[in-house]
Write a protein that binds this ligand. Structure first.
Ligand code: NAD
Length: 507
């Protein structure tokens, strides 16, 4: 695939049920990273275009909120069927703009669909609480109501799954939505919005506006937007949290990560090697739950891991998604490749031992592709930037510590707190680890402990700003607010005017 032979397609926004061209003159390049070519251009919305989308969502809200909850659930069932029916097309869109393999793209769409399936149960999830007779003739009940216009800002690494963590639940709860997907791979989220429309969603309930910081700022500053869900890097998430909450919005900002995997001397090393391969190099390490650090308790686990891992990496098939044998694809664009290779240079300068070097990899037929080969550093120490920074690429660091306590302390002290795992056969240390480690999602012999849709997903510390994790029960709480109602009717017992507060039960 050569740049000269490609006709660059101009993308659009999706507002009020229609494809809408951008009205500004700013555009972002969308790459096919497997071949290193620009295939599409995405309009980068200005503030007026964003405000227009918010107006449309605001107008659609009263009617959508009043739509019976069973009908809202039915729409989710329809959408699920449509996504299933279009999974090949959607996976192709993801792989051609992100670079991950088709199977991995399908897996991520399926994980997103699990949230849609959770949202299908919205009548059950929104059932309120009722207490009859809290005082003489007095009943009390609570219900959760939608917020209004909600917005989602999503990262490049899961262009289908992360938007599906947000809009299905927000919409099932009765909100309307403006999605601002990553400008690096926007085609799949645009197509998902069309499928929601096809599923029967009224115009204006889900809108997609493409853009960069200018569009995000317009969402953050507009008082009509009630809540912001963000997934992306820590500096951007922290900014969004502060600017959004300064405008009195509810904000959940799920951010970057540095996920450690502790390997105890008693661990099953075959299981560890398989786990590291998938968790460090799947999706070229561009996952917020990727394992980027192995913490070896004593020297033996590290030595054995390297011995088993290197031959497997030598056989790892790196290539484009168009080759069905590919196990690891490229990183997102040429800038990401340059940044990741820069980290490998720095790791060498800082004195870590480069056991396997992924720089300069050549993939026949994809010579301009944004490939970085699987890389392993040993003897990494916590002061090195390859340890402190989220590299977000196929680069694994091995840190050797003397004791289990040192491992737990190091992980708990890390400013990130998304995921971690311990590999051991000892139930006692596993239990203690789960209890003590200061991280939001913990695996025991499970390298990527992503909770299923009916639980909630979220890290601690600099990996999540705000009070709510995503999907599951926390997602319902985030996209609704509680109203509590107390009733008494004229035929009940009359007390006359009451001037003093009384103990519970005496209204
Ligand atoms: P990013 O922060 O660069 O971009 C995320 C979104 O924010 C995009 O829509 C982008 O347009 C917007 N954005 C970028 N810069 C901005 C700015 N200055 N002001 C306002 N908006 C801005 O993240 P990315 O590179 O697309 O994604 C990778 C990051 O996402 C990694 O750090 C990864 O760990 C994180 N991530 C976290 C989770 C999680 O659940 N914690 C999940 C997936 C990805």
């Amino acid at each position: 695939m050569k740049q000269e032979s490609i006709e660059i397609q101009k993308l659009h926004h999706f507002v009020s049920g229609q494809r809408v061209p951008g009205t500004g003159n700013r555009f972002g390049d969308v790459y096919n990273p497997a071949f290193g070519v620009i295939t599409r251009q995405v309009p980068l919305a200005g503030a007026d275009e964003v405000r227009q989308a918010i107006s449309v969502a605001e107008e659609a809200f009263p009617q959508w909120m009043a739509t019976p909850v069973g009908r809202r659930a039915q729409l989710m069932f329809n959408f699920r069927d449509l996504v299933r029916a279009h999974i090949e097309e959607l996976a192709e869109l993801v792989s051609s703009e992100h670079g991950k393999t088709i199977e991995d793209a399908k897996g991520s769409i399926t994980r997103g669909l699990e949230v849609v399936e959770f949202a299908c149960g919205i009548p059950q999830l929104l059932k309120g609480e009722y207490s009859a007779g809290v005082a003489s003739g007095v009943d009390s009940w609570g219900m959760r109501q939608p917020l209004g216009v909600c917005a989602g800002i999503t990262p490049f690494n899961f262009p289908a799954m992360v938007p599906m963590w947000m809009f299905p639940l927000a919409i099932a709860c009765g909100n309307t939505f403006v999605l601002k997907p990553s400008e690096r791979d926007p085609s799949c989220p645009l197509r998902l919005a069309e499928l929601m429309q096809e599923a029967g969603l009224p115009d204006g309930v889900l809108n997609v506006i493409n853009g960069d910081r200018e569009a995000v700022d317009a969402l953050l500053d507009d008082e009509r937007v009630q809540a912001i869900s963000f997934v992306g890097s820590t500096p951007v998430g922290e900014y969004i949290y502060h600017r959004g909450t300064a405008h009195n919005k509810r904000v959940q900002a799920l951010c970057g990560a540095k996920n450690h995997m502790v390997v105890m001397p008693d661990a099953d090393m075959d299981q560890v090697t398989d786990a590291v391969l998938g968790a460090a190099y799947g999706s070229a390490g561009e996952r917020c739950m990727a394992i980027s650090v192995v913490v070896s308790v004593g020297d033996e686990p590290a030595d054995r891991l390297i011995e088993q891992l290197i031959p497997r990496l030598d056989n790892l098939r790196v290539g484009p998604y168009t080759d069905p044998g590919t196990e690891m694809g490229p990183v997102i664009n040429p800038a990401a490749k340059e940044r990741i290779e820069g980290y490998i240079d720095k790791g060498v300068e800082e004195g870590a031992i480069l056991v396997r070097d992924g720089r300069g990899i050549r993939v026949p037929g994809s010579e301009n592709g944004c490939f970085v080969g699987a890389t392993v550093f040993d003897h990494v120490t916590p002061d090195m930037c390859i340890y402190t920074d989220e590299i977000f690429g196929p680069v694994l660091g091995i840190v050797r510590v003397r004791s289990y306590d040192e491992a737990v302390q190091m992980i708990s002290d890390n400013p990130y707190g998304n995921g971690t795992a311990i590999f051991t056969r000892d139930g006692d240390s596993a239990r203690e680890f789960c209890d003590r480690v200061r991280i939001g999602m913990v695996g025991v012999n499970v390298p990527i402990p992503v909770p299923l849709a009916f639980h909630s997903f979220g890290g601690w510390k600099n990996s999540l700003f705000g009070d709510h994790a995503m999907h599951g029960p926390e997602g319902i709480r985030f996209y609704t607010r509680l109203k509590t109602i107390t009733t008494r009717w004229p035929s009940g017992i009359k007390e006359g005017a009451v001037f003093n507060f009384k103990a519970g039960g005496e209204h």
